[in-house]
Design a protein around this ligand. Structure first.
Ligand code: FE2
Ligand code: FE2
Length: 353
């Protein structure tokens, strides 16, 4: 290895160390996979890169994330896990595959090139594994500047694949914990609603309405999760000892609920939403009489759906749903964020103008 090669090698090693730290800090799977692909292209000097994940239930590989213009078509492709594809062969044998001329390799799965209109010429595939657990295969596609991928590229991609496996494993663990957390919350909500039969189903309806609006508004990722958790916990302040659980307009419950949630690290951001879940856009809400965009967007959503569900279950007696909705939305356009009211009206009254 001459001094230029040595310097290049040192440079890549230093980048790989940095990449390892970056990958470990990501907790969103899509973001993580996108980062792995960028890094793969970067360290292998490839034109494209992709990551195929293993679907154990169907024994298939699928493209969860690809680089740039390979597009949506590729995401619909499912490749059976067998030796008839390069990715499948690599995962089954747990070996790196380096191909200098894909057209002569019988394992090349032509369906991908056909779907994308992109011609694969050279390929480097490395299994992504952590201990006994196989997650999928990362592929660098078409070497740039040089004719073929080198042994050094293969070594570098192996290191990246190991770092990727650790990071993916962490994300899956977090997802499993979150799943457990959400199910535990649901059990807790059911138990709490048994105390107050009048609000049975309220929390789940609020969560369904709030997340429907959030989706329409384009809220995703952690912010979406915060709205979901805020919906679950929004009235937790009503459960304090001296509160009248039937008084849904108890002025203290948003503040007390927020102070409970602030103690829990994962729910810190949720606390601020809960605190403002009875603030009204026109300034007539509580506890602080906030107005307009002083109220966080997530809290404006929650306030609207809280109002709707509380009124529909307590004041609706004797009115048809149509009459209730008409009265409610007339008032809501003044009291709540009109843009959100428009969206919510379409959700609860599809087909009504
Ligand atoms: Fe509520
Ligand atoms: Fe409330």
């Amino acid at each position: 290895m001459d001094s230029v090669e040595l310097e290049e090698r040192m440079n890549i090693m230093s980048r790989l160390c940095h990449i390892g730290q970056e990958l470990a800090s990501l907790t969103d799977l899509d973001e993580l996979l996108a980062k792995i692909i960028d890094c793969c292209k970067d360290i292998c000097s490839s034109d494209k890169a992709s990551i195929l994940l293993l679907d154990e239930s169907r024994n298939e590989l699928y493209f969860k994330q690809t680089s740039g213009s390979m597009g949506e078509d590729i995401r619909r492709i499912r490749i059976p896990l067998n030796e008839k594809s390069i990715a499948g062969w690599s995962l089954i044998h747990r070996e790196t595959v380096k191909i200098d001329d894909v057209s002569t390799d019988p394992r090349h799965y032509k369906g991908v090139d056909e779907a994308t209109g992109y011609e694969t010429k050279t390929l480097l595939a490395v299994p992504v594994m952590w201990g006994d657990r196989c997650f999928g295969v990362v592929e660098a596609v078409n070497k740039l500047k040089e004719p073929v991928f080198t042994d050094a590229d293969a070594d570098n991609l192996k290191i990246l694949a190991q770092q990727a496996a650790v990071a993916i494993n962490n994300v899956f663990l977090v997802e499993e914990l979150q799943n457990f957390f959400v199910h535990t919350i649901e059990i807790l909500i059911n138990a709490l609603e048994a105390i107050d039969p009048y609000s049975r189903g309220h929390v789940m309806r609020v969560a369904r309405y709030a997340t429907s609006i959030a989706r329409e508004v384009g809220i995703t990722g952690k912010e979406f999760e915060n709205i979901l958790y805020a919906s679950y916990f929004h009235d937790i302040g009503l459960l304090r000892k001296d509160a009248n659980i039937l008084n849904k307009r108890d002025p203290l419950h948003p503040v007390i609920g927020a102070s409970i949630l602030e103690q829990i690290k994962i729910l810190e951001k949720t606390a601020a939403i809960v605190k403002a879940h009875h603030e009204y856009y026109d300034g007539t809400g509580f506890p602080n009489g906030l107005k307009g965009e002083e109220i966080p967007l997530a809290a404006r959503i929650l306030s609207l759906v809280e109002d709707y569900d509380e009124e529909s279950s307590s004041i609706n007696a004797g009115r048809s749903k149509e009459k209730f909705n008409k009265d409610f939305f007339e008032k809501a356009f003044v009291r709540h964020d009109p843009e959100l009211v428009k969206i919510f009206k379409k959700i609860v009254e599809p087909g009504v103008n």
